[in-house]
Design a protein around this ligand. Structure first.
Ligand code: ADP
Ligand code: ZN
Ligand code: ZN
Length: 754
């Protein structure tokens, strides 16, 4: 049998296709799928790519280049990962190179990764107890050396004749109140010796094991329903109201998988959530539990990566808690994937490509491992619930809160009426103020939710109505009082607060609307004695800021927590009884077909934070439209009602899940050229797809960072083979890209846009 001479390679570039290189003779048997290689591509540029295939078919080009170096014969990427990359690139119409870039920690860290070494002290040989006592006696004239040795014996848990146990040098020095000189004297005498041992750079906390909690009757029934349906179905949806104990059910399922020697991936939509859950998991599963998200440095990511790959070794991770990118870790042995808060839009990546949905990709990942997927939510996505209703997924239901605590009491506060009657205090209705007053009086805690950060979403001239907008984007600038600046939330452009109107030069610039920063300011005036903290993108830029705020709230060092959607999900606080939704209107009026579903989910989620132990919570929703259908449904916690209403609407107007949607974003810095090429693409697609094409048209935000944007929406019937339709879309895009003058045109594709 001859050796394969060619290798297909994925390069970290947004270029479609794989690239074939020759395998030099000396690398035969080393170059195989999953290994990293260095190659030349496009002129003199060197790239490091991943081999995905080796074969004997010479490519149809002259001068096939050879691989320059190979980083060893151990694959960095396993076969299942390569399959997942390919699936994502095919389904989401992106390049494998783009998936590779999203999947791998930054490349330099592979090269520069140095494990952190720590110095450990151990006995130079294995001594019997008598021998050791003799040594101690001999040290009588050097009492501090004697003390240090005794401390080592105590700390190492020495027992006669047993293996020599290392103790961290630093720990020993501090425990024995010893010094380096004293320790050096002991090693100089050959009694102790020193050794460098690789330690984790990821702090290990709470590695104590605790029995999993016993399930309540209702939880047991739901748990058994999950297990039973897994016998027949690959995917089960657990629809459990907030605080029903879904997490406890996950923990039971995880324990079973770990006992079987399987790996488990537990996905959450938000980094903030990992802080609480990781402690709950580590309590039960100890050191096999790892966490993964984008806040880790590249060297830390590399270490987690290695420990997932080494899942069967001593230091290995078998349970990973992570956000959407954890999908790309080198799992080899998954038994179960849990996707908590499965309805959450943060699972979809918007930009850059790959624009993948982590829930749907995780279902694919599970299938590759022949593992099961459990979706969990208090308010499932219309997509998933529809799959459960028509039998594609199993369904398990948990309708009661743990401890039979009642779901929170919802109060709808009419802002329009309160303004008219002059009862509003700043942005707060009398209903909300009263609920807050009562809670503070009982030393209970409060969360206020406002889905806008900054002080006010825009400022306006009171004389002529002029509004400052971004110089690069078609959006109003948001006023941030803390830094005294106007900021663009799309591109980050920042400018000073103008003292005069840019149009009529009057000095009457006023702030309009309100964000979390303004709420914080005003709540401090209304409740001067309360301890108020804000949690949003602006206050959580540092790596540990989430855990600090959450810990402070848990320890009751905060009375009122104000935040964006970041505080709406999954958090579990004992003493939190009141939740205020400051402005439901801007959720409900968002121009998107999912706006109503999302508003319901957000309100249901954020209310779910209230009254999780002992007491029933209270939720005050402020709105100018108290008879809104969605608000009425939230009032009754009527998920099924919301689902029926949304499903009906989406059938009527042909929206997902009853059709597939693909969105094409076309961008150009020249408006006229954008229109020109968008029209060409639109006409081309209409010839193929007819009425299924909507647009091209300007989206809500029609310019970002100087790029003008138009979108084309394609609605494809569910029953039609999607592979063929997607190929036709790619072909049409490639045709317009080849048009004369189209070189500075940018086209992005978003499959299943959110
Ligand atoms: P969910 O994930 O559905 O919102 P959790 O799993 O966070 O609910 O449960 C809510 C609270 O009730 C948590 O503090 C949890 O520890 C507690 N709890 C739930 N089930 C049990 C149980 N079987 N035994 C003891 N405590 C439980
Ligand atoms: Zn901007
Ligand atoms: Zn003006």
């Amino acid at each position: 049998m001859t050796n394969p001479q060619f290798a297909d390679i994925i390069l970290p570039l947004a270029v479609r296709g794989r690239f074939t290189y020759m395998i030099p003779e000396g690398m035969c048997g080393i170059v195989k799928p999953g290994v990293r290689v260095m190659v030349q591509f496009g002129g003199k540029n060197l790239y490091s790519g991943i081999v995905c295939n080796v074969h004997e078919t010479a490519p149809d080009i002259r001068n096939v280049k050879s691989i320059i170096t190979v980083s060893g014969d151990i694959p960095l990427i396993n076969e299942l990962q390569l399959k997942l990359w390919l699936w994502i690139s095919e389904y989401y119409l992106c390049c494998e190179g783009e998936v590779m870039k999203a999947a791998l920690p930054s490349e330099e860290s592979f090269n520069t990764y140095k494990p952190r070494l720590e110095s450990f002290i151990k006995l130079s040989g294995s001594y019997t107890e008598d021998e050791l006592n003799a040594i101690l006696d001999n040290l009588a004239r050097a009492p501090r050396q004697q003390e240090t040795l005794s401390a080592y014996i105590r700390l190492s848990g020495y027992s006669s004749g047993s293996a020599i146990v290392p103790v961290s040098r630093q720990f020993l020095l501090s425990e024995a109140r010893s010094s380096s000189n004293i320790l050096d004297a002991l090693t100089g005498k050959g009694i102790l010796s020193s050794e460098s041992i690789m330690v984790s750079r990821i702090a290990e906390e709470g590695n104590f094991k605790e029995q999993v909690k016993e399930l309540s009757e209702a939880q047991r029934i739901a748990y058994e329903a999950v297990v039973k349906q897994f016998a027949e179905k690959e995917i089960v949806l657990l629809h459990g109201v907030t605080s029903s104990g879904k997490t406890e059910i996950y923990i039971h399922l995880i324990e079973e998988q770990l006992k079987l020697g399987k790996q488990v991936l537990y996905m959450l939509p938000e980094i903030a959530l990992t802080t609480q859950i990781i402690l709950r998991l580590k309590k039960h599963f100890g050191a096999v539990t790892g966490v993964y998200h984008s806040r880790f440095s590249d060297p830390e990511k590399v270490e987690i990566w290695k420990r997932v790959a080494d899942n069967d070794k001593v230091n290995g991770y078998r349970l990973i808690l992570g956000v959407r990118s954890s999908l790309f870790l080198p799992f080899s042995n998954l038994g179960l994937i849990i996707i908590d808060e499965e309805h959450d839009g943060s699972y979809k990546q918007h930009d850059p490509a790959p624009r993948y949905h982590a829930r749907d990709s995780a279902i694919m990942l599970a299938a590759l491992h022949k593992a099961k997927t459990l979706l969990g939510s208090a308010s499932p996505s219309v997509e998933s619930y529809n799959n459960a209703v028509n039998g594609k997924y199993g369904l398990a239901v948990l309708k009661e809160r743990y401890g039979l605590i009642r779901l929170p009491d919802i109060i709808i506060a009419n802002t329009r009426e309160a303004y008219r009657k002059k009862l509003m205090v700043s942005h707060f209705t009398p209903e909300l103020l009263q609920a807050m007053d009562e809670a503070l009086g009982k030393n209970e805690q409060i969360i206020l939710f406002q889905n806008r950060r900054g002080f006010s979403p825009y400022i306006e001239c009171s004389e002529c109505g002029w509004i400052p907008v971004c110089i690069q984007c078609a959006v109003n600038l948001t006023y941030h009082k803390g830094i005294g600046k106007l900021v663009c939330h799309y591109c980050g452009y920042t400018t000073g607060m103008p003292s005069k109107c840019g149009n009529c030069h009057s000095s009457g610039m006023v702030t309009k609307g309100f964000g979390t920063e303004k709420i914080e300011d005003e709540i401090k005036i209304v409740f001067p004695a309360a301890r108020v903290v804000r949690m949003d993108q602006d206050t959580t830029r540092n790596k540990n800021s989430f855990s600090k705020i959450i810990k402070a709230f848990e320890e009751r060092r905060i009375d009122i927590l104000i935040g964006t959607q970041m505080i709406s999900k999954g958090l579990d606080f004992e003493n939190l009884t009141v939740v205020g939704v400051l402005n439901a209107d801007n959720l409900l009026n968002y121009p998107d077909f999912r706006a109503h579903e999302r508003s319901f989910q957000l309100m249901e989620q954020v209310s779910g934070r209230a009254g999780r132990r002992q007491k029933q919570g209270k939720v005050v929703i402020q709105t100018s439209d108290p008879v809104n259908r969605i608000i009425r449904l939230v009032l009754r916690h009527d998920y099924e009602g919301m689902f029926r209403m949304q499903a009906e609407e989406r059938v009527t107007f042909n929206y997902p899940p009853f059709c597939r949607m693909v969105k094409i974003n076309i961008r150009h810095k020249d408006r006229a050229l954008l229109n020109h090429f968008a029209d060409i693409l639109g006409r081309d697609l209409k010839e193929i797809f007819g009425k299924r094409i909507l647009g091209p048209e300007y989206p809500l935000i029609s310019q970002v960072q100087l790029w003008y944007i138009k979108t084309i929406l394609i609605k494809i019937e569910r029953e039609k083979p999607q592979g063929k339709a997607k190929q036709l879309i790619i072909d049409a895009i490639e045709r317009v890209e080849k048009e004369k003058g189209a070189s500075s045109l940018k086209i992005g594709v978003d499959v299943d846009p959110y």
